[in-house]
Design a protein around this ligand. Structure first.
Ligand SMILES: Nc1nc2c(ncn2[C@@H]2O[C@H](COP(=O)(O)OP(=O)(O)O)[C@@H](O)[C@H]2O)c(=O)[nH]1
Ligand SMILES: [Mg+2]
Length: 322
């Protein structure tokens, strides 16, 4: 694609594979620094190539280890891979953060890999938009794939579904408590099930259980039935098979316009998020400092108008100025 001469320098730097610029922009996204916005906008026409794959599941099932094994597999096939690890920001996260550091060291010097962990704390529902924006930066940088390892708590995993085209749900042989998280939504988000730690006993049983559960959903209208793959990230075992299962779902999306439908839904949701964000900012500003609002509040207090009528006026005012 030809580059417009007016491209902001930071955007051009990303297209020119400048890692430091990429890292700086990702930090700006994380910090909700508004200066990143014109850069993201300028880069948008240069995105759309990278596939975003989610790796979700409870803490400790081996998501980071699998991402590591997948990285090796994908780099071996010449794929350029960005990794976004969403950090739970909890006292339990120490181990995985340490693991992430080690991984960074190992990848130093490999231009085909970019790794970044992001704290989930502080996004309060906005983790999907931050992840989406970072994934787009990695896309513009030239990555073919973006793997997103999620925090392993139901809500965030479900949100990542709005960013990734294929979601892998990782579990371990002894499901135990994890059956609860399956009920809490993990089952719905799975395009591929991965029973990791297959070097431990019970993996085949767990895989059968999941396959049975998956086959309970009615096979109607060409619905996708999530395949179940067993892996050992430390073996490693089953990694090419896991990736093949991801690709089979990606191919499924490419049939009958499913990918376009999904992207349409995602873009609609994104526009909604952005409008809501702007509206919220404007509303906060209005509530904080608009002198007319103080008069309005007084009127409500004196029972001259009711709160609904006051809200009507504020809404009209904000919509007029937005
Ligand atoms: N036995 C066994 N242990 C594993 C396997 N994959 C990961 N682990 C171990 O499980 C622990 C948690 O792994 P990690 O990748 O940090 O899990 P995450 O919290 O899901 O990212 C670590 O001690 C890993 O070494 C596996 O396939 N088999
Ligand atoms: Mg992890």
């Amino acid at each position: 694609m030809s580059r417009a001469p007016s491209l902001p320098p930071a955007a051009r730097a990303v297209l020119d594979h400048d890692r430091r610029s990429l890292a700086r922009l990702i930090s700006q996204v994380e910090n909700r620094d508004r200066r990143v916005e014109p850069v993201l906008r300028a880069l948008y026409p240069h995105t759309g190539h990278a596939r975003v794959i989610g790796i979700a599941g409870p803490l400790g099932v081996g998501k980071s280890s699998l991402v590591n094994a997948l990285l090796r597999h994908l780099r071996g096939m010449g794929q350029k891979v960005g990794v976004i690890a969403i950090d739970p920001s909890s006292p339990f996260s120490g181990g995985s953060v340490l693991g992430d550091r080690i991984r960074i060291d190992r990848e130093a010097g490999d231009d085909g890999v970019f790794f970044r962990s992001m704290a989930s704390r502080g996004y309060a529902g906005g983790i999907a938009s931050a992840t989406r924006e970072v994934a787009r930066l990695l896309d513009a940088y030239g990555m073919d794939l973006v793997l997103v390892e999620t925090v392993g708590s139901g809500q965030v995993d479900v949100e990542i579904r709005r960013v990734a085209s294929t979601s892998v749900v990782v579990l371990v042989p002894h499901l135990g408590d994890e059956v609860q998280s399956l009920k809490a939504g993990l089952f719905e988000i799975a395009d591929v099930f991965c029973v990791n730690k297959s070097d431990l006993p019970g993996a085949d049983g767990a895989a059968r259980y999941l396959a049975d559960m998956a086959s309970l959903s009615p096979e109607e209208g060409g619905r996708w039935r999530p395949p179940v793959v067993t892996t050992s990230a430390i073996g490693p075992q089953g990694i090419p098979e896991l990736w093949e299962a991801v690709l089979s779902h990606e191919r499924f999306l490419d049939s009958d316009g499913r990918r376009a439908d999904g992207e349409r839904d995602r873009v609609r949701a994104e526009i909604g998020d952005l409008v809501r964000e702007r509206f919220d900012r404007r509303l906060e500003a209005t509530l904080a400092e608009d002198p007319k609002l103080r008069a309005l509040v007084d009127e409500v207090l004196r029972r001259r108008i009711d709160p609904h009528a006051a809200a009507d006026r504020v809404f009209t005012e904000i919509a007029r100025r937005a």
